[in-house]
Design a protein around this ligand. Sequence first.
Ligand code: GLU
Length: 488
Amino acid sequence: MKNSNVRVRFAPSPTGYLHVGGARTALYNYLFAKQHGGSFVLRVEDTDEARSTTESLVSMLDDLSWMGLKWDEGPAPKTLDEKGDFGPYRQSDRKEIYFKHINELIKDGRAYYCFLTEEELDAQREEAKKAGEPFRPNSPYRDWSVDQAKEKIDNGEKPTIRFKNDHGEKLYTFKDLVRGEVSLPASMIGDFVIARSNGMPVYNFVCAVDDALMKISHVFRAEEHLNNTLRQLMIIEALKMEAPIYAHLSIMLGGDRQKLSKRHGAASLTDFKEKGYLPQALSNFIALVGWSSPSGEEILSMEQMIKEFSTERLHSASAVFDQEKLKWMNAQYLREMNTEDFFKRSKEFFKSDWKFPESGDWREKSFSALKSSMETLDDAAPLYEMLKLGGELDLNDQAKDVISWESTSKVLQVWKGLLSKAESEYINPEQIDGLINTVKAEAEVKGKFLFMPIRVASIGKAQGTEIKDLIPLIPVSELVLRADKLIG
Ligand code: GLU
């Protein structure tokens, strides 16, 4: 058990991929818990049976783990085995608990069985619309006794259960850590459904009950749930439970100020992972979309963020997610990576049949020469593809054109001849100019007729990355092989 009373939760609905907005919510919860020596709980909000899948849950938990966010209670990644004293943590396993409280509310006259059909509700909606009034369900079953209702149920009817909102004009006022004092009038809503006719309680009910039962002290969640807080506070009040402190986080927007979506390039953690972003960079970056560090620093490790996180610096205005800036930040992290970690993480971006020189020294050398040309791990693949062993060069049209030039075969002959005489395993950067000058003299060509064939024979490309960075990373024997294949 932790000795702090701070308990926060991240409560995803496993109905798809984890959005970066959700990842940021999880991160803020995590930072707050760690800063206070509290507990970070992972609760699975899977009461929407039709849309929730185990596959989505597993992928969300994997993504959170990838980001380095470890929760103290809840289902473990992969196995989904649960740990913690407040379980079960999947709401689909908590139905009995919910119905115990629903029955209590029914008994106390705070909730009732409602047999209004969809058609009847639609008619009421239509009437309200005609009268220009907000729709509030008007249920004739509101004041029925439980026995009356039970009789209908025994006859096979399946009611919803509605919460009786009899709070008139009462204002529900709470202090939101992001938005300051928020007042929501009870009259905003009518009697609302807390359990569907299929016997499943709804989000607002289960969320309120679980926050209270799991002794959640602070709720950091998306702004879109602000209005739900009214229903949740009513439920918590009716059950004589204690409400958490809320913090409703501003929305994350794309550059066009629309909600961030795949249209903006990437939106789920899976998208960013696949594009070769590093988890540390992504965590650092998303922390700063909606929060700023008191030190004004931008590159912040998880430890620093834990230390510096403060709810006072959470912005209430929506924040733009600038993918270009994320790229820049990722490049900073990439440059600081250690070689082993780089190769481990890049593996999935490289084709499995690519062979590279074995020595550890080569790895160091190649990474330190190439890292400044990469912003993401995805950028590493085309660079390293030029270094793979085996003599295969995948020539584009421009490169093929270079090979067809009349003077090219002479250049390649001379180039190959010089390489074959080299005594070391690799050409070092200082030798390259000398070699090229010798080719120039012996083949009697200059300018593009000199450089381009050498580029194509070395890396398969007529343009692009500086060959001086690449040639010293390709064993001489491989350079000979490549030239040989082109000479044919
Ligand atoms: N399951 C909700 C969602 O994914 C979370 C709501 C909450 O944090 O209260 O949006």
